[in-house]
Design a protein around this ligand. Structure first.
Ligand SMILES: NC(=O)c1ccc[n+]([C@@H]2O[C@H](COP(=O)([O-])OP(=O)(O)OC[C@H]3O[C@@H](n4cnc5c(N)ncnc54)[C@H](O)[C@@H]3O)[C@@H](O)[C@H]2O)c1
Length: 265
């Protein structure tokens, strides 16, 4: 029997925040399509576990401790992918500051602690910018590549809380368009995905069950999203299937934001 050809055979990918949730699912999905994956996360033990999971499924992966807010750490992450796998084709800027200790302090604007605002932006916006800064020269060396940034529905719709988080994600979508504009002619595509409500450890840690139940009623699909739903969209955008898609934000949110909320009850 002929071996199945993956959509990403021979490509090299970095996924930040891939010890858990959406990043973990994306790392698994990219590897299943044949990419060699650098599983990058501040949680080194978690990253090692995910890389091991990929290896057990027959894929190529290794772990790298990386803090996306720290430029030296991001530079080392990109260098590690190039050293281990010979180059870089794909970057998924997925890590965000979703630690409940920080997020629980990210509330209304009139009560905003500057420290919370700064830390949120350092991880959610500076992090992806640093990822792009260090990855783009490597992508260009291979004649191009693809970047996907994980935004959020929170970047589109106002909320009573999480002001810094929402603003950082809206800015990340603007950064996406700038990167797409500046490097498109040289073969680099850059898109964002705005997930809606996805069942991950971060969701359970930050959103009370009664609010999750409300979201469940508000989406147009029978149930909330899974990390694998986002991973599938990343595979589309970074593979040749997405060759003519750049500068976009793909909302993968079960229709959360396309209708008047009252209509789904
Ligand atoms: N779960 C949702 O409903 C949802 C909705 C919209 C957007 N998102 C976005 O999806 C992405 C992933 O979230 P998730 O729900 O999978 O969360 P998660 O908590 O399951 O995973 C987040 C991972 O990021 C890592 N991380 C945190 N700070 C980091 C840093 N400075 N450097 C490197 N890694 C770091 C964590 O260690 C963790 O492994 C985030 O960008 C989040 O904003 C999630």
């Amino acid at each position: 029997m002929a071996t199945r050809r993956g959509k990403l055979d021979g490509r090299v990918a970095i996924v930040t925040g891939s010890a858990s949730g959406i990043g973990r699912a994306t790392a698994l999905a990219l590897a299943a399509e044949g990419a060699a994956v650098l599983v990058a996360d501040v949680d080194e033990a978690g990253a090692i576990a995910v890389a091991g999971e990929i290896a057990r499924r027959g894929g190529r992966a290794s772990a790298q401790r990386a803090d996306v807010a720290d430029e030296r750490s991001v530079a080392a992450m990109v260098a590690a992918a190039v050293e281990r796998y010979g180059g870089l084709d794909i970057l998924h800027n997925n890590a965000a500051a979703v630690d409940p200790a920080l997020m629980s302090r990210d509330g209304e604007v009139a009560a905003m602690e500057v420290e919370v605002w700064e830390r949120t932006f350092a991880v959610n916006l500076r992090g992806p910018m640093l990822g792009c800064k260090h990855a783009i020269p490597r992508l260009l060396e291979r004649g191009g590549g693809a970047i996907v940034n994980t935004s959020s529905a929170a970047g589109w719709a106002g909320d009573l809380t999480r002001s810094a988080y929402g603003a950082s994600k809206a800015a990340l979508e603007a950064l996406t368009r700038y990167v797409a504009t500046q490097y498109g002619k040289r073969g680099v595509r850059c898109n964002a995905i705005a997930p809606g409500v996805i069942a991950t450890p971060a969701l359970a840690a930050n959103v009370p069950p009664e609010q999750i139940a409300l979201y469940e009623r508000t989406v147009l699909t029978p149930r909330l999203g899974l990390p694998e739903n986002i991973a599938a969209a990343v595979v589309f955008l970074v593979s040749d299937d997405g060759a003519f898609v750049t500068g976009q934000t793909l909302r993968v949110d079960g229709g959360l934001l396309v209708h008047h909320p009252a209509t789904s009850f």
